[in-house]
Design a protein around this ligand. Structure first.
Ligand code: SF4
Length: 316
């Protein structure tokens, strides 16, 4: 997940100024695509909280919000957004809640906001694994769909290094189970995560994994080392070398070259971590993405490009 999520500081305070009291933690994150979606807090923090590049929820203990608080928030939301059709559940990993709890929440949503068609949220590979196919199908029936999956990589060495807690094979199996249950999902991948000189196998393995599943969209993001994270500490000690910016573009191009998805899959690298923006869909735009990236690689001075990128501005 991570970098695609945008920090919304002082959200509660702004809401209070508007006479709006729904409960939100001081620090919440939501995907850019959900900028106009009603946000409902059902958990705090992240149940995993181990990924070495992430500090989003490091100081927050994971817990579920009480059902009566969730209902209170829905009753208030109903006053402002009675016709809401989409709702985003906060925070880092709400899909880890049991199918029973998610069912209770989905039913409360339908009770107070009957026009909601899609209940979207972040979901980890581990959170999918905790549910049976029947449970996944039932959750889909209740409107749970468009899950955001922070896959990050399909390369086992990278996954282990950044402590994602699953192998590429386990990730593939769980994404295929979502396909089987009919739950659609968006996948985030991080290029540059393997470190200097290791980007190409990361690109090839990540594309190979995604070729075996049906994703609604793929969001590539360029790795940014965040101070205070384990990965940043490794970098300071000289144990992890950051990829050069041009190396990342070559990794991104290799990833696109190896992606052979059959269905219409949206590709969007609009997140601020990306030096270049790709926006379109595969397989339709594959060749034009590759041509554009090749053109950039051939015509751009790598050193000048390196100097032009200010990753410090992104180190929240
Ligand atoms: S799953 Fe990993 S990347 Fe996502 S919020 Fe939790 S610790 Fe951060």
């Amino acid at each position: 997940m991570v970098c695609i999520f945008i920090f919304i500081g002082k959200f509660r305070c702004i809401n209070e100024e508007r006479g709006f009291h729904m409960k939100y933690d001081e620090k919440i994150y939501r995907p850019p695509l959900e900028a106009n979606t009603l946000l409902l807090q059902v958990t705090s923090g992240c149940s995993n909280n181990k990924c070495t590049y992430c500090n989003m929820y490091k100081d927050i203990n994971f817990k579920m919000e009480k059902l009566d608080q969730i209902e209170k928030d829905l009753i208030e939301a109903k006053g402002f957004y009675p016709n809401a059709q989409r709702i985003y559940l906060l925070n880092g990993d709400p899909f880890i809640l049991s199918a029973n709890k998610l069912r209770d929440i989905a039913k409360l949503i339908k009770k107070h906001l009957p026009e909601v068609e899609t209940i979207t949220m972040y979901a980890s590979i581990q959170s999918v694994a905790t549910k049976t196919i029947e449970e996944l199908k039932e959750l889909k029936e209740l409107g749970i769909n468009d899950l955001y999956i922070g896959l990050e990589s399909g390369n086992d060495e990278v996954l282990e290094h950044v402590k994602k807690g699953y192998t590429a094979k386990e990730a593939r199996v769980q994404l295929q189970r979502l396909n089987e249950a009919g739950i659609e999902f968006f996948v985030m991948v991080m290029y540059g995560l393997a470190g200097r000189g290791k980007g190409l196998p990361n690109a090839v393995d990540t594309a190979a994994l995604l070729n075996e599943v049906r994703s609604k969209a793929i969001f590539p993001m360029s790795t940014t080392l965040i101070p205070g994270t384990e990965l940043h500490m490794e970098y300071l000690k000289g144990d992890f070398e950051e990829s050069a910016e041009m190396e990342r573009i070559i990794e991104l191009k290799t990833f696109i070259e190896h992606l052979n998805v059959k269905d219409d899959t949206r590709i969007s690298s609009l997140h601020a971590s990306n030096a270049l923006t790709l926006s379109g869909s595969l397989p339709r735009d594959k060749q034009s993405f590759i041509d554009g990236l090749n053109d950039f690689i051939e015509k751009t001075d790598a050193d000048e490009f390196q100097r032009s990128i200010n990753r410090n501005a992104l180190r929240l």
